[in-house]
Design a protein around this ligand. Structure first.
Ligand code: SF4
Length: 220
């Protein structure tokens, strides 16, 4: 198991913004990517990569009342977060809007909201002005979905950042989900969720088989 170089900065592990999304989807997926460098492509990740290549060209474009920044590096020292925003719109009325691009369908309240919300939190820190909205652009429905970056979302981001940091500084992978999430997961081949979940159940059953209740426990 290796320490991901991008996560080490000083004594504190920095959490990539994308890791928040991966962890929210499946903690093991996040662990495989960060701890094992096991990222694998499937059709949906290739689509996502191509989509990000289109938006991840660093630059700055002005159009009317909006200036658009692409591939903008961001971070938040207090939360220990770091990453790159696909697109950030700077509106002349002062609004700052990060837009995370996804190839798949949008799920309200899902993992993409966490990533987009975390981008907003970083931007607020960097520009020193309120960023109260973020957006997820879904290529599947060709729509932009707006998210309110409120206190509950901020608290969720902060909590998740700490959880991922704890995982990064530990030495074990989270257990497999082994549920419907695995059907859409590009890591399924290397992860072997059903085999491992079966093993876990087998070992639990085996432990239970040779366990005899202590009669003194009943007297207590
Ligand atoms: S295959 Fe399932 S358990 Fe494994 S990383 Fe993907 S979602 Fe998680």
């Amino acid at each position: 198991m290796t320490t991901h170089p991008a996560t080490a900065q000083g004594d504190r592990a920095q959490v990539p913004l994308s890791a928040l999304e991966h962890y929210a989807y499946c903690p093991r997926q996040c662990g495989l990517i960060l701890l094992e460098d096991a990222f694998t492509d499937d059709a949906s990740t290739v689509r996502g990569t191509l989509l990000h290549q289109r938006v991840d060209t660093p630059g700055n474009r002005g159009r009317g009342t909006v200036r658009t920044l692409h591939a903008l590096p961001v971070w938040h020292d207090a939360y220990g977060l770091t990453g790159i925003c696909d697109t950030v719109e700077l509106h002349t009325d002062g609004r700052i809007l990060p837009i995370e691009h996804k190839s798949g369908r949008y799920h309200p309240g899902g993992p993409a909201d966490i990533q987009a919300g975390a981008q907003a939190i970083c931007l607020q820190e960097m520009f020193q002005r309120p960023v109260t909205e973020a957006a997820v652009y879904s290529a599947a429905d060709r729509r932009r979905h707006t998210i309110t970056v409120d206190d509950p979302l901020r608290a969720r981001v902060q909590e998740l950042a700490e959880t991922v940091r704890t995982m990064l500084t530990g030495s074990s992978l989270p257990p497999p989900a082994a549920d419907r999430r695995c059907r859409r997961c590009s890591m399924a081949t290397g992860c072997m969720p059903k085999v491992l979940a079966g093993n876990r159940r087998y070992h639990q059953a085996l432990t239970g088989l040779y366990h005899i209740d202590d009669p003194q426990d009943d007297d207590a």
